[in-house]
Design a protein around this ligand. Structure first.
Ligand code: NAD
Length: 289
């Protein structure tokens, strides 16, 4: 059976969904981006146009290739508008109830052989799959990294019922998108966020307790530990709400107080300081033109 994926539905047009759709389109795969929020779709479209144009300017892409990728992208507000998809990647908010509701719909709408992948950072794939009933064998974690067009890794997470065939097809698709898939087991946060998020959370504690100023915390980790980006700058880039939600999943699932989000992180999220996407988080960012 040919495993060539022709059209991917990407649900959620935020930071990750917009990057996943662009990466698919540049690999020659049709990408239908779905979001309940039209503003997010408009932002994603503007990001795609600008990124492709910049790649042509920098001679990283020919004008023809950019135009071909642009034609592979489309933007809709309901799942009902997506037709003939052969793959789904869910990249909506990091909330188990939101994801389970979406996967219930996917199982109703998409053909039986369509793989239903989640880009979740921390939520159990086994749990998400329960929403799909008999389709659990086709549910898998396909965890891309930010910014998706640049980051090579896809962490592939197999739930309890995920079939060998679904795993093999996911590995193939990740490679077709120019990524390197690596497997991890279905435990909260998998490998990447089990290790990264407590480190980011600890950087917030160091700031809150006055160990150093935020810029100095980042500088120390950059110069002393050879990090490519300081943990607080990275938190802004990921989104402080996303970091908070991931810590809550780790805390609830692993039952250890060390995973509880730092009060400083909670406070910034409450104030709407979400990082790059809101213009201010730990640091301030000029409006994107
Ligand atoms: P985001 O807040 O930027 O975007 C989420 C989008 O989902 C929003 O546009 C929202 O309108 C949309 N949405 C919410 N409910 C929806 C629904 N029912 N139907 C359609 N769209 C819906 O979040 P993000 O940073 O892109 O994260 C998305 C997912 O990817 C999360 O599960 C997150 O944990 C994961 N993730 C994030 C990062 C990161 O660095 N930000 C990295 C890897 C994985």
């Amino acid at each position: 059976m040919s495993n060539q994926v022709k059209t991917i539905v990407v649900v959620g047009a935020g930071t990750m969904g917009s990057g996943i759709a662009l990466t698919a389109a540049q690999a020659g795969i049709g990408a239908v981006l779905v979001d309940i929020n039209q503003e997010q779709l408009d932002k994603a479209r503007a990001y795609h146009t600008k990124t492709l144009a910049r790649a042509v300017e920098k001679q990283k892409l020919t004008a023809d290739a950019a135009a071909a990728a642009g034609k592979k992208l489309c933007y809709v507000t309901t799942i009902a508008e997506t037709k003939n998809a052969d793959w789904v990647v869910e990249a909506a908010s990091e909330n188990p109830e939101v994801k389970k509701k979406l996967f219930r719909t996917f199982a109703e709408v998409f053909a039986p052989n369509v793989v239903l992948a989640s880009n979740t950072s921390s939520i159990s794939i086994t749990d998400i799959a329960t929403a799909t009933g008999a389709r659990a064998s086709h549910v898998i974690g396909m965890h891309f990294f930010n910014p998706v067009p640049l980051m090579k890794l896809v962490e592939v997470i197999r739930g309890l019922a995920t079939s060998d065939e679904t795993v093999a097809r996911t590995m193939d698709l990740a490679r077709a998108m120019g990524k390197t898939p690596v497997s991890a087991n279905d435990r909260a946060g998998f490998v990447s966020n089990r290790v990264l998020m407590p480190l980011i959370n600890e950087a917030f504690y160091a700031w809150m307790e006055g160990v150093a100023k935020p810029e100095d915390i980042d500088q120390i980790m950059l110069l002393g530990c050879n990090f490519p980006m300081g943990p607080l700058r990275l938190a802004d880039f990921i989104g402080l709400d996303v970091c908070h939600d991931i810590m809550m999943v780790l805390y609830r699932e692993l039952g250890n107080a060390k995973f509880f989000p730092c009060p400083m992180l909670r406070q910034l999220v409450t104030a709407g300081r979400l990082g790059d996407k809101s213009g201010r988080g730990v640091f301030e960012y000029p409006a994107k033109g």
